[in-house]
Design a protein around this ligand. Structure first.
Ligand code: ATP
Ligand code: MG
Length: 586
């Protein structure tokens, strides 16, 4: 259907970090990757030291770590030395507030500079950092602070007044709230002004002597399939985050890197903060949300070379059309990558046509802490495939059996995606859910809950989350396949597919579709879409019903929530929807 996108060596403007995939897979070991990091002067490992202090100690403090684009478009630069100093001040503040090693510091803020000093300062202190998405309402915030036993929260005055003040009394472990834009007048019991404390604090801090296995981060999952889970990562995660930035994102020190994820999600932390800083690259931080013109103008003016975004954003760019992209000089772009949801092959082909470069899909989860499967700069891209496992990562397609699991050796068979446990950024627990954590592992493998298949060339293809897969008339149908076929139709902007109980077939396939601007829903378009789907997929897999929607329900991180569509369709309880993108609950 879609041709493999071959890349020739001569196309390389910068030689990729990973040129021979098979050779690196053979020679790779995590301990040599660990050795490329500095380590703490007295032994041990600390993410903040690798991210900022190390560069300063090595004489690179003047290099630009962040280029912050404010709401009004004004750009301010933060050097590694400035960031290191701000993090030290924050660590001193935590110490003065008696926030101890291992205690949790939460943030509830957008992409502001204080977020970076809080995250890195918390790690320097040896405390555990947990970012929250700032559009959450009071209840999801309260629940997460309670589960994670937050001792300190960093937020803004507005967010505090709107969302936190009302829940403060129900959070006895939360001893201090630091207001990023607070003043002396805001200060009262448990509430402090961060600027006042920052001004008074020393800019020197001796980083806590954390070890590889000490807790560093907590991240709540997106809640696509149910109640969000709190995954715990340790300082050793930085080994995998640095290695994957080098090999999967092809990040070089001279790159201008833009990870568009919100800092409230794991991508925003692993690849929005840690990985680019450790690599010594310059990161773009845009305070605003998605806007096609704004994004293209940032790429043009900031000369972004590596861009890491999500399918939902790419589909929005496709929806507004390639003409907008052509108004800008996007020639600085060298490597484009995507994560978070399956990337429809249509989007990869569109990107090649529009930017002259394909998006490289990669796959990972909050639980994996870093990229696990990727399309690499030096390998051909197969549109619709998530690529090959990172060197150092052993992936397999498995089947759960009564005895444990069976690894499926032969190619092109669908099964659950599993990863051999033990890579450095693997989660070390779910907050308060030990049994659930244990159940994720069998015979030394971590079971991801996603279904996939591996082809003869070793590329992995996403089929669906195990909860979303549809059994119809004896077939197992992954919603992604049906959605991607619908997306090929010129009128379709987004599609979501679910199974609906059916007496004859077990389940029948229903598609929800949102249309591109200027396309009108109606019986004629429905017939046309049905015919297109039958042609592409065959009658057994094509949807039996198509419903038009202005927008599809999505998680706060932009993922289509099929479980909610299914629950609404069947009149079932909607479960936890605290992570829903629209403001229905929050
Ligand atoms: P929850 O676990 O709470 O239901 P979630 O799984 O969406 O939410 P995340 O950890 O943010 O939370 O997302 C990881 C999941 O996102 C993966 O398990 C997979 O289902 C999906 N995903 C991520 N990247 C890709 C990709 N490249 N292709 C297909 N699916 C992807
Ligand atoms: Mg998940």
């Amino acid at each position: 259907m879609f041709e493999v996108i071959e890349k020739s060596g001569s196309d390389w403007r910068v030689a990729p970090n990973l040129r021979d995939y098979d050779a690196l897979c053979r020679s790779f070991d995590w301990s040599s990757e660990r050795q490329s990091l500095a380590g703490l002067p007295g032994g041990g490992l600390n993410i903040a030291h690798e991210a900022v202090s190390r560069h300063v100690a090595e004489g690179h403090g003047a290099r630009i770590a962040l280029r912050h684009v404010g709401r009004d478009g004004a750009v301010s630069s933060v050097s590694f030395a400035m960031l290191d100093e701000a993090a030290s001040r924050f660590a001193n503040i935590l110490e003065s507030l008696d926030v101890r090693q291992g205690e949790a510091v939460f943030s509830l803020t957008g992409r502001v500079q204080a977020f970076y000093s809080a995250a890195l300062g918390t790690l320097k202190r040896g405390a555990v950092f947990c970012p929250l998405f700032s559009a959450f309402g009071p209840e999801p915030i309260r629940a997460r602070l309670e589960i994670g036993r937050g001792a300190c929260l960093v937020t803004t005055r507005t967010l505090f007044q709107r969302k936190v003040a009302q829940i403060l009394d129900s959070l006895p472990t939360l001893r201090t709230v630091l207001l990023i834009d607070g003043t002396a007048e805001d200060e009262r019991e448990r509430i402090r002004s961060l600027p006042r404390l920052m001004e008074a604090a020393s800019g020197h801090y001796r980083t806590a002597a954390t070890s590889r296995e000490d807790r560093a981060l907590m991240h709540f999952t997106s809640g696509t399939t149910g109640r969000p889970k709190g995954a715990v990562l340790v300082h050793d995660a930085v080994v995998a985050q640095a290695a994957t930035a080098r090999y999967a994102l092809d990040l070089h020190r001279d790159d201008v890197f833009w990870c568009t994820a919100d800092p409230g999600w794991v991508t925003g932390m692993s690849y929005g903060v840690i990985a680019p800083l450790v690599s010594g690259a310059t990161s773009i931080v845009d305070e605003m949300e998605f806007d096609a013109d704004r994004w293209y103008s940032i790429i043009e003016s900031q000369k972004v070379s590596v861009w890491y975004t999500a399918p939902t954003a790419i589909r929005m760019l496709m929806k507004v059309g390639a003409e907008i992209a052509h108004k800008y000089d996007l020639g600085s772009l060298r490597f484009l990558a995507s994560v978070g949801e399956p990337l429809n092959p249509e989007a990869v082909v569109w990107s090649k046509q529009t930017f002259g470069r394909p998006f490289h899909d990669n796959w990972w989860q909050t639980e994996t802490g870093g990229i696990m499967i990727a399309n690499f700069a030096a390998l051909p891209v197969k549109p619709g495939s998530m690529g090959k496992p990172l060197p150092g990562i052993e992936a397999a397609i498995i089947e759960r059996t009564a005895q444990g699991i069976r690894v499926i050796g032969e190619p092109d068979v669908e099964g659950e995606l599993a990863l051999k446990a033990g890579w450095p950024s693997m989660f070390r627990g779910y907050l308060g859910e030990d049994e659930r954590y244990r159940k994720c592992f069998a015979d030394g493998w971590y079971l991801t809950g996603d279904l996939a298949r591996r082809d003869r060339d070793g590329y992995y293809w996403f089929v669906g989350r195990s909860d979303d897969v549809i059994k119809t008339a004896g077939h197992l149908v992954g919603p992604f396949e049906v959605e991607s076929a619908l997306m090929e139709h010129p009128a379709v902007a987004e599609a979501a597919v679910i199974g609906k109980p059916d007496e004859v077939a077990g389940n029948s396939i229903k598609a929800f579709v949102s249309l591109k601007a200027g396309c009108k829903p109606g019986a004629e378009l429905e017939r046309d879409l049905m015919a297109h789907a039958r042609r592409r997929l065959g009658p057994a897999v094509a949807p039996r019903e198509i419903a038009f929607r202005d927008n599809l329900p999505k998680t706060r991180s932009g993922k289509i929530m099929r479980r909610l569509l299914r629950a609404r369709e069947l009149g079932l309880p909607e479960g936890d929807i605290s992570t829903l993108e629209s403001d229905e609950r929050t």
